[in-house]
Design a protein around this ligand. Structure first.
Ligand code: C2E
Ligand code: MG
Ligand code: MG
Ligand code: MG
Length: 282
């Protein structure tokens, strides 16, 4: 009896595992299909300088224009592929798409540095530098200095030595780097010390309660001070209100990004938005 039910339980367990695997595989497949069917889009969110009212650049953020479900945010589909090579194909597509957009903006007289989010798995590839160099060569009319890579710290970096060298090699080509969601990851201070990124992004979870929570205020201030000590640029993300802007300015952080400035928008809206922003803020 016990043996019997044990075997059944085992079988049941076995079946449910394989169903889960199939489910995950389906998701991976469907995201892969989205890339192949040209259903991925980039929206661009501005970064501005509060001191002079200038638009200093943009961040490209991925969307899936799903035929049935509408516009999906990255959190709805990227986790399914984060641990697979699909995230690498998507990352290359995002870089190329951004280089194409930069060429269009350049032709209109705009030279906005634009950042893209790159998964740890992607830039840990042994041939990351070569791949990036190939993409930049293919779009050689675009200055590499206009491309910034935001290091998403959501999965741990295994080989800091290699990644650090990779950053240095990419910087030789002109590409810059930002440490995204700074302060929320596994080992932010170690990354700050070991990775020569030009910019630190204060995570929006600290910015959100900056006026009400003294710990978040203290952490934001500490990050701003760290950025000075280590001679990095600092930018606050998730800025939604005028009071948050004022508080950040008072602490010496004048580069900001957030719904309070503008949400991510399709490329077609960017030029008009930037003209209007600078007209009303300079
Ligand atoms: P992130 O890089 O930290 O991007 C900031 C996220 O905060 C974006 O969400 C943006 O729309 C949102 N945001 C901007 N301003 C505000 C604000 O004022 N308040 C609040 N509450 N949120 C704000 P989104 O576009 O949903 O992206 C989520 C995350 O997905 C990104 O976080 C990034 O880690 C990842 N991601 C986005 N695009 C890509 C991509 O092309 N490749 C990879 N690997 N990851 C991506
Ligand atoms: Mg980012
Ligand atoms: Mg971020
Ligand atoms: Mg984030």
């Amino acid at each position: 009896e016990a043996k019997q039910s044990g075997r059944n339980r085992f079988r049941f367990f076995d079946v449910s595992i394989s169903q889960k695997t199939q489910e995950a595989f389906k998701n991976i497949e469907s995201v892969k299909q989205a890339l192949e069917n040209n259903e991925l889009r980039l929206h661009y969110q501005p970064k501005v300088n509060l001191r002079n009212g200038m638009v200093i650049g943009f961040e490209a953020l991925l969307r899936w224009q799903h035929p049935a479900l509408g516009l999906l945010p990255p959190d709805a589909f990227l986790p399914a592929v984060e641990r697979t090579d699909v995230i690498i194909d998507i990352g290359d597509w995002v870089i190329e798409q951004t280089l194409c957009q930069l060429r269009i903006w350049n032709a209109e007289g705009h030279h906005w540095p634009t950042s893209v989010n790159i998964a740890a798995r992607h830039f840990q590839l042994p041939n990351f530098v070569d791949r990036l160099q190939r993409l930049l060569a293919k779009h050689s009319d675009v200055e590499p200095r206009l491309l910034d890579l935001e290091i998403v710290e959501s999965t741990a970096i295994d080989n800091l030595e290699h990644v650090s060298q990779c950053l240095i090699d990419c910087q030789q080509m002109g590409v810059t780097f930002s440490l995204d969601d700074f302060g929320t990851g596994f080992s932010s201070l170690n990354y700050l010390k070991r990775l020569p990124a030009q910019t630190i992004k204060i995570d929006k979870s600290f910015v959100r309660d900056i006026l009400h929570d003294k710990d978040d205020l203290a952490l934001s201030e500490a990050i701003i001070n760290l950025s000075r000590t280590f001679e990095r640029e600092v930018i606050a993300e998730g800025v939604e209100t005028d009071l948050q802007e004022k508080m950040l300015l008072a602490m010496g952080c004048y580069l900001v990004q957030g719904y309070g400035i503008a949400p991510p928008m399709p490329a077609e809206q960017v030029s008009d938005w930037a003209t209007l922003y600078e007209l009303t803020h300079r």
